[in-house]
Design a protein around this ligand. Structure first.
Ligand SMILES: C[S@@+](CC[C@H](N)C(=O)[O-])C[C@H]1O[C@@H](n2cnc3c(N)ncnc32)[C@H](O)[C@@H]1O
Length: 257
C-alpha cells in the first residue's frame, strides 16, 4: 500500500521501452525454449531416435531404475515433452501414478496421444505447468524425474527449490541430462558431433537449423557432473550421486530430500 504521508510520487518522463537483449548462444530464455519446442514438436521423437541412434531409450530405462519406484509411488515427470520418460516410468516402474508436465501444449498433445495405447495399472496424466513454478502442494510426490529438461530452464535453482518443496521427505529427484565426457578424445568427438551433425539432422527434419545450433550451445554451456551436484546440494538436497552413461555423454543424478 502507498504510504499516505510519504513523499508524493515523482512522475518520470516517458521513456521508449528498450528492446529485449539478445540471449547468448546457449542461454535458455523461456520465449526461445517455448518457440523451439512448439516448432519441432511433431518431429521431436524422430529427431531423438536418429540423433542418439536409439540409445535414448536405454538412458530413460536407467533413469527409471534410479527412481526406485514401488507400487504406491506417486511420480512427477517434469519437462515431459512427448511423454517418453513418463511412459517408461509407467511401463517399467509400474507406480501408482505418473503426472507428466510441460509448458509447451504441442509437446503434451503428442504425449497424450501416445499414452492412449498404455493399458497398465498406473494412472497416467499430463498437464501444462512451468517447471520453475509448480502447481502442486508441498510434499505431494515420492519421486520427481526430469529428462533433458533442466538444461532448458532459465532459473535452475527455482526448479530445484520447487522440486524440494513438492517432494515428500526422503523423496528422490532423478535428473537425466547431457553432461561432460571425461575422456578427452571422446569429448572432442562428441562435441564435433554436436556442432556439425546435430544441426544438419535437425535442419533436415524441421527446416529449422537454428534450434539445433541452440541445442549444441546449451549442452556445451551446461555444468558438468560435479557442478550440477553442487547446485543440488546448495538447494538443500542430500545424498547426491550420479552415474555416467555412454562415457559421460549423459549423466543420471539422484538427489534425496
Ligand atoms: C528436450 S525436451 C525433453 C522431453 C522429454 N523429457 C524427453 O525425455 O524426451 C525438453 C522439454 O522441456 C520443456 N520445457 C522447457 N522449459 C520448461 C519449463 N520452464 N517448464 C516446463 N517445461 C519446460 C520443453 O517444452 C520440452 O518439451
Amino acid at each position: 500500500m502507498p504510504d499516505p504521508i510519504g513523499p508524493a510520487p515523482v512522475s518520470k518522463p516517458a521513456e521508449a521501452p528498450s528492446p529485449a537483449p539478445t540471449p547468448a548462444p546457449g542461454e535458455p530464455t523461456s520465449e526461445r525454449v517455448r518457440g523451439i519446442f512448439s516448432l519441432i514438436a511433431r518431429r521431436y521423437d524422430v529427431f531423438n531416435a536418429l540423433s542418439s541412434f536409439g540409445i535414448d531409450r536405454l538412458w530413460r530405462r536407467d533413469a527409471v531404475a534410479a527412481a526406485r519406484l514401488t507400487r504406491t509411488s506417486r511420480v512427477l515427470d517434469l519437462c515431459a515433452g512427448t511423454g517418453d520418460l513418463s511412459l517408461a516410468l509407467a511401463r517399467l516402474g509400474r507406480p501408482a501414478a505418473v503426472v507428466g508436465t510441460d509448458f509447451v501444449p504441442e509437446m503434451l498433445e503428442i504425449a497424450t496421444r501416445k499414452a492412449r495405447a498404455y493399458k497398465g495399472r498406473t494412472t497416467l496424466a499430463f498437464e501444462v505447468a512451468d517447471a520453475q513454478d509448480l502447481p502442486f502442494p508441498d510434499a505431494s510426490f515420492d519421486v520427481v524425474t526430469v529428462a533433458f529438461g533442466v538444461r532448458n530452464l532459465p532459473d535452475r535453482r527455482a526448479n530445484f527449490a520447487e522440486v524440494y518443496r513438492v517432494l515428500k521427505p526422503g523423496g528422490r529427484y532423478v535428473v537425466l541430462e547431457f553432461s561432460r565426457p571425461g575422456f578427452a578424445p571422446w569429448r572432442w568427438l562428441y562435441h564435433a558431433y554436436l556442432r556439425f551433425v546435430i544441426p544438419a539432422i535437425g535442419g533436415l527434419l524441421t527446416r529449422d537449423r537454428g534450434s539445433f545450433v541452440y541445442l549444441n550451445d546449451s549442452i556445451r554451456s551446461f555444468p558438468d557432473q560435479g557442478a550440477l551436484a553442487a547446485e543440488l546440494r546448495q538447494t538443500g538436497f542430500s545424498a547426491i550421486s550420479w552415474e555416467d552413461r555412454t562415457g559421460g555423454v549423459v549423466a543420471i543424478h539422484v538427489a534425496v530430500k
